[in-house]
Design a protein around this ligand. Structure first.
Ligand code: GDP
Ligand code: IMO
Ligand code: MG
Length: 434
């Protein structure tokens, strides 16, 4: 059995919404700190504790455990207005934030022109949108890489902010006005708003990398919380139908400043089936009654945009790929209970082309379109697993289903989630060793 880890990465192996928030909250019982390393408020992480639901977008999913430090790393793009709203909502619900939330000085700021550009670009793509969350994620990451972006630290220096914002807004307003034929943004309005954000968040903005190393050196346990999923990764995902960050394990180091050798364990989360929000390839997508049943039983609606999620069978080819690119140590299989009602459950174990020939892992949209998934069928267990907490209490056919996934992926299923609530899990091995 794998030894206990000090620092653990939790990430999605599919197209997002695997249940990362729930599992991060669960494991935070053993952690001293939780840090987000990529993405932004495109994420929607749902936590249910004694029936009470909290959806987090930017604040790390450790916030509901008192005394856990929550950090937002340099790899995260931050829309300050949304962050302030989220903090206010949590405060109203009695969750104290104060200095528990630490925000990297180096994290890029999502500005109003990024949100506008995201929406204008989706419109300009006409019948072939990416289906973004419209939160300005892509344009903000572009500005970072173009070396013209504002960072959280810049909000604390009005003179520097004024200079940087003048140049960058002039640049984007040109595109907004002359390419998209839309209304340009007013400098003073944006500038005043940005200064206010800086004032409101000043006490939380810090050198997150340094704080993480202090925690690490003191032997504290750190959980690194992924957002989105591996197939939405900008490099490894179903490009261009992806998000604009690296969602995979390598970015847990880059997006926080912890070193790769500081990270001890990667928990890859997969639903017992598959969902996807937005456009793009999805070989095992179902358009029949099984798809409807998955959506209904899984309550598959986006936690950020409320859009219905597309549903299909579990794709073991994609899961194997995700295990490789993330160096997954162990799997967490969520939403097993959603399959309780099925007579027969399918698992995709191979991709073939139109001629029935095995295909290599698709590297283009046209290759993805050509995929014909090959399935194996396993019998359903047809009894309720919701809330089961012990492996031996699972019906034998459910255990066989888990074993089949383990055999085909070569990775052990360390955690099985049997319901949305914090306590509805089978923990076969806790990454933190408790
Ligand atoms: P995340 O983005 O990966 O954190 O996942 P989301 O919160 O967007 O979506 C997962 C949804 O599934 C949420 O509504 C969770 O409450 C719910 N959920 C998580 N684990 C389970 C489970 O084991 N069973 C059931 N029925 N629901 C679950
Ligand atoms: P969590 O963390 C599911 C999808 C969008 C779209 C694509 C690009 O809750 O798993 P973006 O706004 O990022 O430029 O959109 O990525 N997407 C997600 N899908 N869960 C998410 O986050 C997602 N974040 C982005 O639907 O297809
Ligand atoms: Mg989500």
């Amino acid at each position: 059995m794998t030894a206990s880890a000090q620092n653990v990465i939790v990430l999605g192996t599919q197209w997002g919404d695997e249940g990362k928030g729930k599992i991060v909250d669960l494991l935070t019982e053993q952690a001293d700190a939780v840090v987000r390393f990529q993405g932004g408020h495109n994420a929607g992480h749902t936590l249910i504790i004694n029936g009470e639901k909290t959806v987090l977008h930017l604040v790390p999913s450790g916030i509901l455990r008192q005394g856990v430090q929550c950090l937002i790393g340099n790899g995260v793009v931050i829309e300050p207005e949304s962050l302030l709203n989220e903090i206010a909502k949590l405060n109203q619900a009695g969750v104290s934030i104060g200095q528990r939330l630490r925000i990297s000085r180096a994290a890029p700021v999502i500005m109003p022109y990024h949100i506008l550009l995201d929406q204008l670009r989706e419109k300009a793509r006409g019948g072939d949108p990416i289906g973004t969350t419209g939160r300005g994620i892509g344009p903000a990451y572009e500005d970072k890489v173009a070396r013209r972006g504002l960072r959280m630290g810049d909000l604390l220096d009005p003179l520097r902010l004024q200079k940087l914002l003048k140049t960058v807004l002039e640049y984007h307003n040109f595109v907004i006005e002359h390419y998209h034929k839309a209304q340009p943004l007013d400098f003073d309005t944006v500038y005043q708003q940005a200064i206010q954000w800086g004032q409101q968040l000043a006490d939380n903005i810090t050198d997150v990398t340094e704080e993480l190393h202090q925690l690490n050196d003191a032997g504290k346990a750190i959980l690194l919380e992924g957002a989105q999923g591996s197939l939405l990764d900008i490099d490894h995902g179903t490009y261009p139908y992806v998000t604009s960050s690296n969602t995979t394990a390598g970015n847990a180091a880059t997006g926080t400043g912890l070193g790769p050798t500081d990270l001890d364990y990667v928990l890859g989360i997969t639903k017992a089936y598959t969902t996807r929000v937005g456009s793009g390839p999805f070989p095992t997508e179902l358009f029949d009654d099984n798809g409807k049943l998955l959506a209904e039983r899984g309550v598959e609606f986006g936690a950020t945009t409320g859009r219905p999620r597309r549903c299909g069978w579990l794709d073991l080819v994609a899961l194997r790929r995700a295990n490789q690119i993330n160096g997954v140590t162990g799997l967490c299989i969520t939403k097993l209970d959603v399959l309780d009602a099925f007579d027969e459950i399918k698992l995709c174990t191979g991709y073939v082309d139109n001629n029935g020939q095995p295909m290599p892992f698709p590297m283009s949209t046209s290759a993805w379109k050509a995929v014909k998934p090959q399935y194996i069928s396993v019998p359903g267990w047809k009894t309720e697993t919701r809330g089961i907490t012990r492996w031996q209490d699972l019906p034998e056919k459910a255990r066989d289903f888990i074993h089949t996934i383990e055999q085909h992926t070569g990775r052990p299923a360390h955690i099985i989630s049997t319901g949305p609530d914090r306590n509805e899990n089978i923990i076969r091995h806790n990454p933190f060793g408790a």
